[in-house]
Structures are given as structure tokens and as C-alpha cells.
Design a protein around this ligand. Structure first.
Ligand SMILES: Nc1ncnc2c1ncn2[C@@H]1O[C@H](COP(=O)(O)OP(=O)(O)OP(=O)(O)O)[C@@H](O)[C@H]1O
Length: 247
């Protein structure tokens, strides 16, 4: 793993990155020679037909999966050659990840879930820090609740607080509103918008054009390749572009 001291406006960059699965007749190039830069302080949505490589791209950018070829840069750090231990440390401190299914631990309260990444990074979780993270997502009064005592939207906000408690450079979200009704989805998207407006870098996979339209820009993938980009587009424009790709 190498780190340079050059100042950068790039939160994450993929350079010529490919990742395949399987062999022979069943081989798939899930991500195929992708070059992309996610700028600091911006929210980018990643869209594309089913199987186009969106989740794989997100996992590669977050260091959850390794590229077969190419380079992945987190800020100034080339994570391509990082050891497993280095990658684990990076994921615990510099990256936040939110899943469609929240992935909260059912036996722990909201505040215990939020404190978990600090414990894993062997940092003593300060109560004030944990409460602040819950306050930031509007759930300061739900700290003692267990996940089953919270609505889906509230659970996803706890998951966002958990991802943010270490102040990660980039928040990755894989279908964060996929399991929510439209009202809860809007609350989560409002929260992500406010975070991006305060300078948080966010990369989000979504199938929902209305969700993608809240981001600053939308990337479109097809067959593992980046094929289009929209900035400041409406939900209608995003939907039209997606339909054109699915033809
Ligand atoms: N672990 C794996 N083993 C084998 N093939 C995989 C694996 N993960 C992904 N793939 C394949 O790689 C391609 C891209 O998958 P990926 O999940 O990244 O697509 P996606 O755009 O996120 O799809 P969806 O919108 O359906 O979630 C698909 O053809 C998929 O079947």
C-alpha cells in the first residue's frame, strides 16, 4: 500500500479496473476496464440494468473486493496492493458502508450498534460521540431502542449513524432505500443530501431514478462498462436514460 502526499480532490478513483467471476463458458466480466473518479464532497449514484456490475463496482471502490487488474485509489492511498490486514483497517476507519438490509445486530441497542465500529477499530467509544452520531440522523431519542423497536427508515438511519461514527472519507451505500416505503426513503435521501451538502463524499447504487436524481451526478453501467453520465438530472431524465440502456 502506498500513500503520496499530493493534495487531491478525488475521494476514490478506479483506473483501468476489471473484475471477473467464473471460468470458461460461465466466465463473466462483472466490471470491465473501468476508469472513474468520485470527487470529494459530492454524491454520485450508480445505475444500470440488473447484472451490469453496480454492486461489484461499489465493492471494489470500497475495498470489499479485490480487482483482477487496474488500480483503486482511496484519496492518496493506492489500496490495490494493500494486505488483508491493511484493507480491514482501512474499512474500519476510512470507509463507511450501508446495505439495503440495514445489517444491524438485533440484540444490541441503537447506540450499541453505532458504537460497534469504534470498538472494532479499538477506539474507546465515547458516549457523546455515539449520541452525536444518532443526533445527526435525528434519532437521539431512540438510543436505547433495539432494531425491532424501530421502523425500517429509522433502522436505516441507525445504520447510517453507525457508518458515519468513524467520520469516514467516503460513505458507500448499496440500495439504501431499496427496502423502504416512499416516505421513509425520502427521509433517508434527505439525510444523505444534507450530508453531501456538508461535504461528505457518497457513492450510492440504486435502481430508483427518484433516489438517483437527489445525487449530484449519476453514472450508468452496462455489461460492466461505464456508458453514460448525467449531472443535475431529474428523475424523469434518469428513468429515460435507464430505459434506453435496457433496450
Ligand atoms: N460472487 C459472484 N460469483 C459469480 N458471479 C458473480 C458474483 N458476483 C457477481 N457476479 C456476476 O457479475 C455480474 C455483475 O453482478 P453485480 O451484482 O455487480 O451486478 P448489479 O448491477 O449490482 O446487479 P443487480 O442490479 O441485479 O443487483 C453478474 O453477471 C453477476 O451474476
Amino acid at each position: 500500500m502506498t500513500t503520496t502526499s499530493t493534495p487531491t480532490t478525488t475521494a476514490v478513483a478506479l483506473r483501468g479496473v476489471s473484475r471477473g467471476y467464473g471460468r470458461g463458458a460461465t466466465a463473466v466480466r462483472a466490471v470491465d476496464d473501468v476508469d472513474v473518479e468520485f470527487r470529494r464532497g459530492t454524491w454520485t449514484a450508480v445505475m444500470g440494468p440488473s447484472g451490469s456490475g453496480k454492486s461489484t463496482l461499489l465493492h471494489l471502490a470500497a475495498g470489499l473486493e479485490r480487482a483482477d487488474s487496474g488500480r483503486v485509489l482511496l484519496g492518496d492511498t493506492d489500496i490495490t496492493a494493500a494486505s488483508d490486514n491493511e484493507l480491514t483497517a482501512l474499512r474500519r476507519t476510512r470507509i463507511g458502508f450501508v446495505f439495503q438490509s440495514f445489517n444491524l445486530i438485533g440484540s444490541l441497542s441503537a447506540e450499541q450498534n453505532v458504537a460497534l465500529p469504534l470498538r472494532l477499530a479499538r477506539r474507546r467509544p465515547g458516549r457523546a460521540q455515539v449520541r452525536q452520531a444518532l443526533d445527526d440522523v435525528g434519532l437521539g431519542d431512540r438510543a436505547r431502542h433495539r432494531p425491532r423497536e424501530l421502523s425500517g427508515g429509522q433502522q436505516q438511519r441507525v445504520a447510517i449513524a453507525r457508518a458515519m461514527v468513524t467520520a469516514p472519507e467516503v460513505l458507500f451505500a448499496d440500495e439504501p432505500t431499496g427496502a423502504l416505503d416512499s416516505t421513509a426513503a425520502r427521509t433517508v435521501l434527505d439525510l444523505l443530501r444534507a450530508m453531501a451538502d456538508r461535504g461528505q463524499s457518497i457513492v450510492m447504487v440504486t435502481h430508483d431514478p427518484a433516489a438517483a436524481a437527489r445525487a449530484d451526478g449519476v453514472l450508468f453501467l452496462r455489461d460492466g462498462r461505464l456508458v453514460d453520465h448525467l449531472a443535475g438530472a431529474s428523475a424523469r431524465e434518469v428513468a429515460d436514460r435507464l430505459v434506453a440502456l435496457e433496450r
